[in-house]
Design a protein around this ligand. Sequence first.
Ligand SMILES: NC(=O)c1ccc[n+]([C@@H]2O[C@H](COP(=O)([O-])OP(=O)(O)OC[C@H]3O[C@@H](n4cnc5c(N)ncnc54)[C@H](OP(=O)(O)O)[C@@H]3O)[C@@H](O)[C@H]2O)c1
Length: 348
Amino acid sequence: MSTRPRTVLLTGASGVVGRSILRESRGLPGGGGGDGGPGALRLVAASHSTAVPEAPGPTVSLDMTADWFGLGADAWEALAAEVDVVIHSAGLTEWGLPAERYRPINIDGTRRIIEFAERAGAAVHFMSTAFVAALADTAPAPLGADNVCRNYISSKQAAEDLLADSGIPHTVFRPTNLVGDSTTGWTSQGQIVQLMSDWIGRGRAPFIPAHPGIRMDFVPQDLLSGAVLRAIELGDDKGDFWVTYGEEAMDVDGCLQVLARHAAARGRTLRIPPVVDPDGIDQEELERLPPMSRSYLAVLRDVSEVTWCSGGVLPTSMPELRERYGVPNVDDTEAYLRSLAYAAAHLS
Ligand SMILES: NC(=O)c1ccc[n+]([C@@H]2O[C@H](COP(=O)([O-])OP(=O)(O)OC[C@H]3O[C@@H](n4cnc5c(N)ncnc54)[C@H](OP(=O)(O)O)[C@@H]3O)[C@@H](O)[C@H]2O)c1
């Protein structure tokens, strides 16, 4: 084995996933700074314009939408000469945007990562999304053309296809919606799950639009981060992994029970709203609601549709992730509760 550290370029280092990976890297030999003996990992944290507080070593500003990542050819070549492995986590993650907004970052950016990895002789570990299951040929129902997640998911699928066609060594990690750290609930920023949970937990949702029998699949972010780092430590450079709970995930009632427990811990009583099949929603009742409620309900409906089109239960690689990468066996309801508590204390 080489005695020099292996240099890992982490794109999207300032994002939710990137910052979680950097925090997890503190547990590696040498703390992700490379000074941990033969084969230790040395992380280079790349963001676009945001500082990366957890970076254990060098940082670099890259623009996925620009040739040479906006570095110029010489600096790009120098970076390629340094890098052994890429974790590609940069992306446009907001939902509801036109398809052309995702292309430059999520698709063309991945094409640039492939060119870079080819030059560097590096394997790529790509952060995709479990929601691509809704677009699979085997999907039991077609995803609505106007689903709020559709353009985002399509861009992630297109990026996966580029990697598959490139022939470069790579893995694909497909996380479902991530929540805070499994032990502490920590997250660097609130996301859609926390936002929607807060709204429902305050009793503002008149009903919950959810397709019959779907699971609410939320995974603590450190489970993803730990698996990615372990894959790199082991030198794995192929495979795709659904970072989801699948059949183990809570159902909608279970999710609402967690919200009720969270409310109770804050001295509130949550009257659990009825769960309504989206096909049975009374449109007149919907029209009478305030615009914000209508838009939150529309997002809940569309996310439910994504799971419904994935078969109601997302595909999962959790047993394999536990066995091969030592991903801890964490109860999803307890992790969700801790995540809600962290968000209530630190993010609102
Ligand atoms: N978080 C989740 O629940 C979740 C679930 C499933 C899949 N994923 C996937 O995991 C990946 C990371 O998600 P995330 O939640 O960490 O995203 P995020 O919090 O939105 O962070 C996005 C990252 O991408 C960077 N970025 C954006 N535009 C860029 C550009 N033009 N050039 C270079 N970097 C750019 C941002 O840098 P700046 O901060 O400097 O702009 C930031 O570091 C995404 O690809 C997403 O599809 C995330």
